[in-house]
Design a protein around this ligand. Structure first.
Ligand code: FAD
Length: 455
């Protein structure tokens, strides 16, 4: 029985992605101590992405808790070091209508306020912890792919403004040509604040350095390969050592090590996201395409493209990968993304590409993020399922786990009742969970069809 859901090439913890972010990373000040021998701490954290690092930083800095992070690769090896760098509002794929009917307007509003708070948290962490993550832009654009999509975006913006108190602007096609770009796939846009873009790996490394500086112990290249419990003590084994702890925070999101704990088995739905980056585009080329923005941008098609101009004027574009995760499939995905650039911006049709890479995001049955403690063992905390939007929300979830665990939001419930209802508790198991990749395949086909029919 394979340990992971996707092709093994996606779980090579010893190899960094050939990403633009790795090529432009900062020199790290981390101590880089692999776990060895028997160590102990109050809180062991599995996974060194934004969730685990933010939890460690806040536990050590704000609550003086003795925390250690075990990461299988280098810090930021997972999605946190290879994402698109959109620090924006999102995190759920439930429609607003479903959120209102399941949770009510007040709880939905609370959730979106937390999302905005999460963007501000990343902003403050950059300032407070002196993290140079190359901030760009001050809002996110959602661009209508067709006139019908623009009508839907206008309706949605009105609800977001009036019912959720969000800061959303509407821009006609002509207006967006002035502040955004020209394209046959541009039929107007909405803008959402607070939002900005950053260098994701520099942010992850900065979080790790801050956590270490504030007293947390960080262990890269220390994959947890077994987890057992003796009395009230958790014992996490790696190749070279053993960590004993009273409490554990389990993270992993799209790379969740499901085999380690039965409480997380069969619940995550990892999904591939892939990115391509061009060579720097000259000012003349940008002017010819009518390109004016460095704000992070998505387009409204169902198959979902996200893109931004990087600080050295390269264009980055990302989209969804296939349901297998094999290297040959990745080549096809990258080729498709490159072709899309030519379709969306004809002036860039023949531009050369310098980087391409991929990774895993995480969906769940409930289509919303999850924060909680395992109902079977309340000394195990978790947060995952950010639905492709974890730069802000994984950072926020890590902080919220730290507060909850340190007793500042204490209760004896396995659900975080002080947080919005939308993200409380564990998602259910997928029925016939071995078919999860086939469910994805069906979903991808369905959404491609909707794009084709503009439905
Ligand atoms: C290509 C791509 C583009 C994306 N773009 C955006 C974007 O623009 N904006 C946005 O908000 N979100 C984006 N996301 C999603 C975002 O990156 C994630 O939601 C977020 O990084 C999740 O953080 P995390 O710490 O929970 O998980 P991760 O960063 O994935 O970290 C999990 C870590 O767990 C480690 N691990 C796994 N098993 C073990 C084990 N047994 N022992 C020890 N460690 C283990 C892994 O090595 C990994 O480093 C994107 C994701 C991808 C892949």
């Amino acid at each position: 029985m394979p340990r992971h859901l996707f092709h093994p090439s996606l779980y090579d913890f010893d190899t960094a992605q050939p990403s633009y972010w790795e090529a432009t990373a900062a020199e790290t000040q981390l101590k880089n101590v692999v776990l060895s021998g028997t160590q102990s701490c109050d809180v062991a954290i599995i996974g060194g992405g934004y969730t685990g690092l933010s939890a460690a930083l806040h536990l050590a800095r704000d609550f003086n808790v003795d925390a250690r992070v075990l990461e299988a690769g280098h810090f930021g090896w997972g999605a946190s070091g290879r994402n698109g760098g959109f620090c924006t509002i999102g995190g759920t794929k439930l429609s607003l209508k479903s959120q209102f009917s399941k949770f009510g307007i007040e709880q939905t509003r609370h959730y979106y306020q937390c999302q905005a708070d999460a963007v501000n948290l990343v902003s403050n962490l950059g300032n407070d912890e002196n993290i140079d993550y190359r901030r760009q832009g001050d809002q996110e654009f959602v661009v209508a792919d067709s006139p019908a999509h623009m009508q839907s975006l206008i309706q949605e913006a009105e609800i977001q403004r009036t019912k959720l108190g969000m800061d959303v602007g509407v821009h006609s096609q002509d207006e967006f040509r002035e502040i955004g770009y020209s394209s046959p796939h541009q039929h107007g846009a909405i803008s959402v604040r607070p939002s900005f873009a950053l260098h994701p790996l520099r942010y992850a490394e900065g979080l790790a350095e801050a956590a270490e500086r504030r007293g947390a112990h960080l262990h890269p290249h220390s994959e947890v390969i077994a987890w057992r419990k003796e009395g009230n003590t958790h014992i996490l084994s790696t190749k070279q050592g053993e960590l004993r702890a009273r409490q554990v925070i389990l993270t992993g999101n799209g790379f969740m090590p499901e085999h380690l704990h039965h409480g997380v088995k069969k619940r995550p739905l990892p999904l591939q996201s892939a990115i391509v980056v061009t060579r720097p585009i000259t000012d003349d080329e940008l002017a010819a395409q009518g390109w004016h923005t460095e704000n992070p941008t998505i387009n409204s098609s169902q198959m979902f493209f996200y893109y931004r101009l990087l600080s050295d004027k390269r264009l980055m574009l990302g989209g969804r990968g296939n349901h297998i995760g094999d290297p040959a499939g990745a080549e096809k995905t990258w080729a498709g993304l490159k072709q899309s650039i030519g379709q969306m911006w004809p002036e860039f049709k023949h531009i050369e590409f310098t980087h391409e890479w991929r990774g895993l995001v995480n969906f769940s049955m409930t289509l919303r993020p999850s924060i909680g403690k395992m109902p079977e063992d309340q000394s195990v905390y978790f947060a995952y399922g950010y639905h492709g939007n974890g730069v802000n929300f994984a950072s926020w979830s890590g902080r919220e786990l730290a507060k909850w665990l340190a007793g500042k939001e204490s209760d004896n419930n396995h659900l975080p009742m002080h947080l919005p209802a939308i993200l409380r508790g564990r998602p259910p198991k997928f029925p016939l969970a071995f078919l999860r990749r086939q469910y994805l395949r069906a979903g991808i086909t369905f959404y491609k069809l909707r794009d084709l029919l503009d439905w």
